[in-house]
Design a protein around this ligand. Sequence first.
Ligand SMILES: NC(=O)C1=CN([C@@H]2O[C@H](COP(=O)(O)OP(=O)(O)OC[C@H]3O[C@@H](n4cnc5c(N)ncnc54)[C@H](O)[C@@H]3O)[C@@H](O)[C@H]2O)C=CC1
Ligand SMILES: CC(=O)N[C@@H]1[C@@H](OP(=O)(O)OP(=O)(O)OC[C@H]2O[C@@H](n3ccc(=O)[nH]c3=O)[C@H](O)[C@@H]2O)O[C@H](C(=O)O)[C@@H](O)[C@@H]1O
Length: 396
Amino acid sequence: MHFSNDICIIGGAGHVGLPLGITFANIGKRVVLYDVNSKVIESIRQGNMPFIEYDAEPILKKVINKTLFLTSDINQIKTAQYIIVAIGTPVDEYLNPKLKALIDLFIQMRPYISPEQTIIIRSTVYPRTCGQILNTLSKDASGPWHIAYCPERIIQGYAIRELRELPQLVAGLSDKALNDASQLFGQISPKIIQVSIEEAELAKLFTNAWRYIQFAMANQFYMISAGFDVDFNKVRRAIVDGYGRAYGLPSAGFAAGPCLLKDTLQLAAFNNNNFLLGHAAMTVNEGLPGFIVEQLRAKYDLSKKKVGILGMTFKADIDDTRDSLSYKLGKILRFYGAEVLYSDEFAKDPTFINKEELVRSSDIIIVGVPHTAYKTLKVPKSAEVVDLWRILPEGH
Ligand SMILES: NC(=O)C1=CN([C@@H]2O[C@H](COP(=O)(O)OP(=O)(O)OC[C@H]3O[C@@H](n4cnc5c(N)ncnc54)[C@H](O)[C@@H]3O)[C@@H](O)[C@H]2O)C=CC1
Ligand SMILES: CC(=O)N[C@@H]1[C@@H](OP(=O)(O)OP(=O)(O)OC[C@H]2O[C@@H](n3ccc(=O)[nH]c3=O)[C@H](O)[C@@H]2O)O[C@H](C(=O)O)[C@@H](O)[C@@H]1O
């Protein structure tokens, strides 16, 4: 069968789908990005990245309407040899994985796909989801379907570089799926690591849970140090100095975003909520804003204070506010009557003020996220500063 396109990415306007599409289009593949968000599609068509992904926009401008195309017409998925699925896979308000959207997508796709196509799941999935998708597609005795799982492992903001640097885990529910997906990703990844579907599903979740737990470790140490009136950063520096076994100890700070917590919870749900370390990490990381507020409350009547939060995104030097802990911090401060000011270098919001104004008008300044621009920000000596990341200049 002849396909007029090489790849169709479902969820192609998202943080995972778009940089991946740009990367394949840049090596000459004909890529169609299919997404339900037609407003964002239009903007990408004009060559504009809808969010920060370093180094992506110049390549987007080069490939758009040449090898990279956008559509909100589901019919287009018929046209591609490979279908890559990169839609979101969140947990719900009861901390359970929301599987329905992904399964429903396959039910919706079913009339437009054929067994000649290779389907690659890129989203992070709850274990055994890939098998369920195969069952869903095979219900009417059609097939055989070729489904691969190739989890995305980039960190947001640096996908263009990391897609070329990171080894790619590849698993298949058929030999053809495994070979096709390995062949495709072999063209952009330096190394293909073939594993079983179950191994790949767990590998992805273990990676994120492991990172989340590491950050929780640092945050717990920070809280113990603070309760003891000791500077955790100094302790950390002393620990890692010349002591290789401790190099992996991160600094303390808000560990948040759309992936680490949600993937830790997916793993917990899969293991019948028997994941003590994962749940403990959630308690520690999600408890950090409250801990900071309690420390401040021990010193001040917050109802008489203006508190400024520097950095509203979920991590440094990007514009994504999804699941950022800075908002939770703001909410708790307001609960205790503080007047709260927000500022960010990248996220746009008409209620935010600029960083200079924020530091000028706040009694207490808390760094939510260590944007590089804060390295040279002059903070009045009179202000109380909470800077877990130690990003502000020394001696404020
Ligand atoms: N953001 C990241 O850096 C990473 C995310 N992941 C995983 O990748 C997956 C996607 O995450 P993000 O890209 O961050 O999400 P996102 O929300 O940025 O992108 C998802 C895209 O899918 C579209 N979409 C949703 N339902 C659709 C449907 N039925 N048909 C067509 N398009 C649809 C949305 O409009 C959106 O543009 C998740 O499973 C996530 O855990 C994995 C590694 C890194
Ligand atoms: C194990 C791992 O490194 N996971 C990555 C993570 O990427 P993500 O874009 O969420 O960024 P991240 O740099 O890990 O940051 C997540 C959170 O951790 C915080 N953070 C980061 C570095 C640090 O030393 N301390 C810290 O607390 C950040 O501020 C942020 O709130 O989640 C991605 C995902 O699955 O979405 C995954 O592909 C990435 O590889």
